[in-house]
Structures are given as structure tokens and as C-alpha cells.
Design a protein around this ligand. Structure first.
Ligand code: SF4
Ligand code: SF4
Ligand code: SF4
Length: 257
């Protein structure tokens, strides 16, 4: 039996999700005996040509070259897994979808005429079919290892589609929103991080993006009761999953006042 091959790709991103893979250290050594890392330029300049059994894709599509490259990578990959909020939702760079790109470029770059960019930043799934999506900024290392082990074993990865609240309950956390009035997006955010922020007495700010069918309309009045005004609410939803349709259209299902 031939050893399965793994490729890791970067699009518009900060590299933090690829670093999570490198951060797996001990587990990577074990994995390295079961899988051949054929393309991972952040870790090694030695790259092998495709096809690849599994591709991990970090980052969003923001340039014409990335638009072309993701099609090539999909064609060479048996299984394609996106890693992180940039790849799943566009990331923080998708904030420019809600602004004037020309104005942004003129402020940020000394010579904006050399910038070649698309009008909007889009997630990988807007361009090619995605087999599995690992959420978060950065991704959760346990989810990454679970996914790689599952794919090696030929089974489906165990990726939850419930809310962060369900993980809070499993950990036995006291709810920071109910007990302390700290605004929290946990009720509408996809689980997977192990309720990291509430476990450290902080509200969730939604880095895993919206869960399946989130009831955002019901959460908005609770955020207001806990001291958030319209600007605060805009800000808390405008982070790494700002372009996720459920977060972007958040007032759509809100009951009339
Ligand atoms: S999701 Fe976050 S950590 Fe991952 S590449 Fe994007 S900005 Fe970096
Ligand atoms: S702290 Fe946040 S995530 Fe945890 S139960 Fe309360 S609302 Fe849900
Ligand atoms: S609690 Fe929310 S913001 Fe914190 S890591 Fe989990 S999904 Fe991200």
C-alpha cells in the first residue's frame, strides 16, 4: 500500500493556521510515519508534484492569481480541507468587502497602481467544492489531528455543528453572559474550540463563524440587555467571520422592537 500524501497551501492569510499544524510537534512525528508531507513550503522547500491525497488550504481568495491557483489545487487533490476563518469565511481581510477597495489601497499602499486584487475577498468554497471545513482563528489543533487521523482511517471526521454553548455546558462552565453580563456570541457560533474564551471568563466573539441555522435574531436583544449598543454589536460581528452571510445579514431575523 502506498503512503498517503499531504499538501498544505497558503492563500491570503497570516500563516497562523499552518503554524497550528507545526505546533502539533509530538503528534506530527507519529503522523509522519503514516503520511508523506509532499508539499508544505512553510516547513520545507522540498516539494513533490501532485496529485495529493489530502490538501489543507489556508487563506481566502483575494487576487486573480489565487482564483486560478485554487482551481489547479482542487484538480490535484482527492480530499480538500479548508483550515481557518480566512479559508472558511474570508477572514479579517473580508472587511474590505464592505468598503471602497480603491480608497483602501490608496491609503495603505504608497504605489497602489501595482496592486492586483479582486473587488471582494471570498472563501475557498466560493470557488471550488470543499470536502471538510475546519473553523477558527486559528484552527483547533485537536480538530486538525482528529480530521487527519479520520481521513487516514477512512472514516468521517467528527466535526460538531452545534453551538459553543453546548461545549460550555459539557465543560461545566458558568455562563459568563447569564452570571456576569458579559456579551457572548456562543449561542450562534459553531462549536469546535472547546468553549475556549468562556473558559477564561471572556465572551465568545465568533471566530468559528456561524453554526448551522443560528438564531441571531434572538441573540441581538440579549446583547443589548448586556450593555452593547449598535456600534458594539457591529464591531463584535465584524471580526474574522464578518463576511459569513448569517453574521453579515444579522438583523434579518430580528423580531420587530
Ligand atoms: S484564520 Fe486566523 S490564524 Fe488562520 S490564517 Fe486566517 S488570520 Fe491567520
Ligand atoms: S458563556 Fe457564552 S458560550 Fe458559554 S453558555 Fe454562556 S452564552 Fe453560551
Ligand atoms: S469561544 Fe468563540 S471566539 Fe473563542 S475560540 Fe471559541 S469560537 Fe473563537
Amino acid at each position: 500500500m502506498t503512503t498517503p500524501t499531504l499538501a498544505v497551501w497558503k492563500f491570503t492569510s497570516c500563516d497562523g493556521c499552518q503554524l497550528t499544524l507545526l505546533d502539533c510537534e509530538d503528534e506530527l512525528l507519529t503522523l509522519a510515519g503514516r503520511i508523506r508531507i509532499a508539499h508544505f513550503v512553510e516547513a520545507s522547500s522540498a516539494v513533490e508534484p501532485g496529485p495529493y491525497d489530502v490538501s489543507l488550504v489556508e487563506g481566502s481568495v483575494s487576487t486573480p492569481d489565487e482564483q486560478r491557483r485554487i482551481l489547479e489545487i482542487r484538480a490535484q487533490s482527492r480530499i480538500l480541507v479548508t483550515i481557518g476563518a480566512c479559508a472558511s469565511h474570508g477572514g479579517i481581510q473580508a472587511l474590505r468587502n464592505f468598503a471602497d477597495m480603491t480608497e483602501f489601497a490608496s491609503v495603505v499602499y504608497a504605489s497602489p497602481q501595482y496592486i492586483s486584487t479582486l473587488d471582494t475577498v471570498t472563501p475557498i468554497a466560493a470557488h471550488v467544492p470543499v470536502d471538510y471545513e475546519l473553523r477558527g482563528c486559528p484552527i483547533d489543533r485537536h480538530q486538525l489531528l482528529e480530521t487527519l487521523c479520520a481521513l487516514l482511517a477512512g472514516r468521517e471526521p467528527d466535526l460538531p455543528n452545534t453551538s459553543v454553548c453546548s461545549e460550555c455546558k459539557r465543560r461545566g462552565n458558568t455562563c459568563v453572559m447569564v452570571a456576569d453580563g458579559i456579551p457572548c456570541l456562543g449561542p450562534v457560533t459553531q462549536a469546535g474550540c472547546g468553549a475556549l474564551c468562556p473558559s477564561y471568563h471572556r465572551g465568545c466573539y465568533g471566530c468559528f463563524g456561524p453554526m448551522e441555522r443560528p438564531n441571531i435574531g434572538a441573540l441581538l436583544p440579549i446583547l443589548r440587555i448586556n450593555g452593547m449598543d449598535a456600534v458594539d454589536i457591529d464591531r463584535v460581528f465584524s471580526t474574522v467571520a464578518v463576511a459569513a452571510p448569517d453574521f453579515a445579514d444579522r438583523s434579518r431575523d430580528e423580531p420587530s422592537q
